[in-house]
Design a binder for this molecule. Sequence first.
Ligand code: PMP
Length: 442
Amino acid sequence: MAAVPQSASARLYERARKVMPGGNSRTTVFTAPHPLYAQSGKGCRLTDVDGVERIDFINNYTALIHGHLHLAIMEAVQQQLALGTCFANPTESEIALAEELCARVPAFEQVRFANSGTEAVMNAIKAARAYTGSPKIAKCEGLYHGSYDPVETSLDPTPETWGGAEPVARAYSGGTPPGVLADVLVLPFNETATARRLLEAHADELAAVIVDPMPNRSGLIPALPEYLAMLREVTAAHGIMLIFDEVISFRVGCEGYQGEAGIEPDLTTLGKIIGGGFPVGAVAGKAEVMAVFDPSRGKPALPHGGTFNANPVTMVAGLAAMRLLTLEAFARLEALGDAAREACRGAFRLAEMPGQVTGRGSLLMLHLTAKPLCGYRDAWRDPAEQARFGRLYRHLSDKGAIISPSGLVSLSTPMGDAEVERLGEALLASLKTLRAESLAAT
Ligand code: PMP
C-alpha cells in the first residue's frame, strides 16, 4: 500500500520536535497528533501551511479582537516601523495608549506596561505586597492567571486532590517550593459564604485577592454579582488590594468586565486586546497604589524593568485597536455573541445532545453537559471528557472552524451573521459525528 503523503504541518512538526521540547514553545497550542501550522491570516480567516482556509474563532486566545491584519492597525505599525522598533527612551506612544485606557475606565488612574499578561499579574501582586506590606495573596481554585508561581497554585486540582468545601493549596508545576503554597490562600470560586469566611480568617496576612470575573480555564462561568460584591466589601474593610485579572474579560465591554459588574477594583491586569496583536501586558489602578512603581524620587518600593516594556510598535498597534473599539463596536460584538450562543444552543438541540453555552459579550464556551455549572468543580472535565473535546475540536477544524480544544470561542469585529451561521452549522455537523462515534464505541 502506498504511504499517505504527510501534510506540511506534520513535516514541520517533525522538524520542530528535534529542536524544541515536544516541538513546542507554548503548552496551550499543542494539539495531538500535531498542531496545524499557520501560514497567514486575513480578517477572520486563517490559512494553514497546507493551504486550507478556516474561520478563526480563537483569535490567538482572544487577543485579536479585530481579527488578522486590520488595516488601521497595520498602517499604525508600518508608520512606527519606519521610525524604529524600540529604544532605551520612552516614546509618546505609551502616553497615548495610557491616556486612552484611563479615559475609558474609572478605576484606571495610571497604567504601567509590560510584555505579557503573566508579567502584568506578577507586577500587580508585587505592587499589592509593596503597598500593603503583607506577604500573602488569595486566589480562586481553578482560575488561570498566567505562569507566576503564586497564581499557579491550585490551578488544576482533581476530585482526588481538591479536598472539601475549603480548597487546599496544591502545586501546579513540578518543583514548586512549599513556601509558595504557604503564602497563598485558595478560595472557592462563586461560593460566597465559604470564601468570605476564609478571607476574614486570614485578612491580616493578605496583600491582595486576585480574581478573573469570567474565568476561561474554569468554564467561562461569570462570577456571581454577590461574589464580586463580597470580595470588594471584605477587601475594602481590611485594606487588602482587590485585583481584577481582565487579561481576557476586558473584551466584554468598553469599561471591561468591571464596568458591566459595577465594581471598582484597586488594580486591574490587562493584556491581549490592548496590544493590537503584539505582545503586551499592563497594570492599571489607583494612583495612590500605582505610586509604588514611581522612580522619580529615588528607588521605588517596587522597581520594575523590562527591555521591551511599552515598546512603540505594541503601543501604536494597541492604540489603533482600542480606538476602533467604540461603544457601537462593543454593541455589535455583544449582539454577535448573543447570536453565536443561540446558534450553538440550537446545534445542541438539533443534534439531540446534552450541552450548554457559557460566556458573555464576544466570548463563549461550549460544554457537553446539561448539568448546572457554577464554578470550577462543576466545570471540571475528566480525561475521557477532555478527549471528547479533543475530538470535537478536530471535527470542527475539519469543517472549517477553529475554536480552542477546551471549547472556547472568541469573536472578532470582521465577523458577521455569515460566520455565526457557519459556526452553528459546523457545530451541528461535528456533534452528529461525535454522537455517531460514541454509538460505534458502545
Ligand atoms: N490572565 C488571564 C486571565 C489569562 O487568560 C492569561 C492568558 N491567557 C494570562 C493572565 C497570561 O497572559 P499571557 O499569556 O499574555 O502571559
